[in-house]
Ligand binder design. Structure first.
Ligand SMILES: Cc1cc2nc3c(=O)[nH]c(=O)nc-3n(C[C@H](O)[C@H](O)[C@H](O)COP(=O)(O)OP(=O)(O)OC[C@H]3O[C@@H](n4cnc5c(N)ncnc54)[C@H](O)[C@@H]3O)c2cc1C
Length: 441
């Protein structure tokens, strides 16, 4: 069964490795990769000794200990990683507020603390009294769940910054497990200054000592060098008998990890209504700025959220040199600033960098004379946007692929809001399915 895997990010490579490790003939596995290196969204870049993850700071963590160990082993084992306690904050004026916000309201000015607590209790009480169901749109859900104060001071402005559209246009369906959900007792404690943790998921994470997060995907790709065709964009996928012809070469089956939005321009014979669904799947881009600093030490922080307009366009910064000292030259430090933009629109020009730096200066994180240089990477397809059409468009798109022998996989290949470990888990499940299929014909 000659198999074409479109894309050599973590999903495509984990699939190839699993298939080969489970006895599939390696010479029948072919990965097509448009880029000059493997890794996709997990890639990192090093400039003058400063390393950053090009699509936002990445950390390794997983609820599946076996998968996490496999990812570490691919990249040199435990000794090749640093272990970190997550220390995440929200910047609020000149204060550092514990994350999640509702567990940190005791760090706010008294009047804001009171407003947030009051709103949280009101919302809690209203839900108890009217037994209302969670509202379907994200904006209403925020106010229903967190109350007016937290909505006004954090949830609304932060989410508007990252999603770049009215929050009414986004569903609330994706929030379970992604937006922390504090019990009321924790918020009461937080308000009077008793520390509550709130979000223990990712409390500890791992990061490669050298090479950025990409060290992991480099490691996964290490045994696949003769299976991956780099600099080889897939330009045509045409039906041929029972299989498909990819860039003019015959394959028995195809696995797709490249964004589904791109398939109508590549795959022959997609009906118009299905193609419209694929093209209409909503996403956001990301622009990342490395700020290489002439500074010896940072506060002991992992990353920081910036909810407010005056703090500039970046919604999050990562202390890259705190992830691993290997991310900066000795005696130096660095930040990574992330800015999203609506998918499908052109990336902003040079002025964006000025706005980001102005915002960081305003927020008191950096002074201009510390910045040795900056580096910028724009990436299309960073965040899946859960607009009200997503479920239906995704269902139609996946159904058509599966019915036509194209197996969808990965963050944008299957449109799942996956981290890299979840991509590995999904790839393993698909490998089992394909092996079973190969056995039974
Ligand atoms: C801001 C942000 C933060 C994140 N943080 C974390 C984190 O902390 N921890 C974590 O584990 N995960 C994190 N993730 C998620 C992680 O990056 C993804 O889950 C993972 O990289 C997706 O891998 P993939 O292989 O499915 O897709 P991709 O990485 O997108 O791989 C698809 C591949 O297809 C290639 N391709 C595209 N078009 C073509 C074509 N026409 N022909 C051939 N090849 C093509 C691309 O070059 C790419 O290599 C984060 C993601 C973002 C955006």
């Amino acid at each position: 069964m000659k198999t074409a895997i479109l894309g050599a990010g973590v999903s495509g490579m984990a699939l190839a490795r699993t298939m080969i490790e489970r006895g599939f003939d390696a010479s029948d596995v072919h990965l097509f990769e448009a880029g000059p290196v493997v890794g996709g969204l997990c890639r990192s870049k090093t400039v003058d000794g400063y390393t950053y993850d090009v699509t936002g700071g990445h950390i390794l963590f997983s609820k599946d200990a076996g998968v996490m160990q496999w990812m570490k082993d691919c990249a040199g084992g435990d000794d090749a990683f640093v272990k970190r306690d997550r220390n995440t904050k929200i910047r609020f004026g000149d204060r550092w507020v514990h994350y999640p916000f509702e567990n940190g309201i005791g760090d706010l000015p008294d009047d804001v603390n009171f407003e947030c607590l009051r709103g949280y209790v009101d919302a809690w009480h209203r839900r108890k009294m009217d037994g209302s169901e969670a509202p379907a749109d994200f904006k209403s859900w925020i106010h229903w769940r967190f109350g007016e104060g937290i909505a006004r001071h954090f949830m609304d402005p932060y989410n508007e910054k990252i999603w770049k559209r009215p929050l009414e246009d986004i569903t609330s369906g994706w929030v379970a497990g992604r937006v922390p959900d504090a019990p009321i007792d924790d918020v009461l404690r937080a308000s009077i200054g008793i520390r509550t943790e709130g979000y223990v998921h990712q409390a500890i994470f791992y990061y490669p000592k050298k090479g950025g997060f990409q060290a992991i995907t480099d490691g996964i790709g290490g045994t696949l060098t003769d299976r991956v065709r780099l600099n080889t964009p897939v330009e045509s996928v045409v039906r041929h008998g029972e299989g498909w012809r990819v860039n003019g070469e015959d394959f028995d089956r195809v696995v797709n990890t490249i964004p589904m939005n791109e398939l109508p321009g590549i795959v022959d014979g997609i009906p118009g209504d299905v193609a419209d669904c694929m093209r209409g799947l909503a996403f956001n881009n990301i622009t990342c700025f490395l700020l290489a600093l002439d500074r010896a030490e940072h506060p002991n922080l992992s990353w920081v959220y910036f909810p407010h307009h005056e703090q500039g366009p970046a919604n999050r910064i990562t202390y890259m040199s705190n992830y691993s000292p290997g991310n900066a030259p000795e005696g130096k430090t660095s930040f990574l600033c992330e800015v999203t933009s609506p998918g499908g629109r052109p990336f902003a020009g040079k002025e964006l960098e000025d706005d980001v730096v102005d915002g960081m200066v305003y927020a008191g994180l950096v002074s201009r004379d510390e910045i040795l240089f900056t580096d910028r990477t724009d990436t299309k397809y960073a965040y899946i946007v859960y607009d009200h059409h997503l479920d239906e468009r995704r269902r139609v798109s996946i159904e058509w692929c599966e019915q036509n022998g194209i197996h969808p996989l990965g963050r944008f290949g299957h449109y799942d809001y996956f981290n890299s470990d979840q991509c590995v888990i999904a790839s393993r499940a698909l490998a089992e399915k394909l092996l079973e299929h190969a056995r039974t014909g």
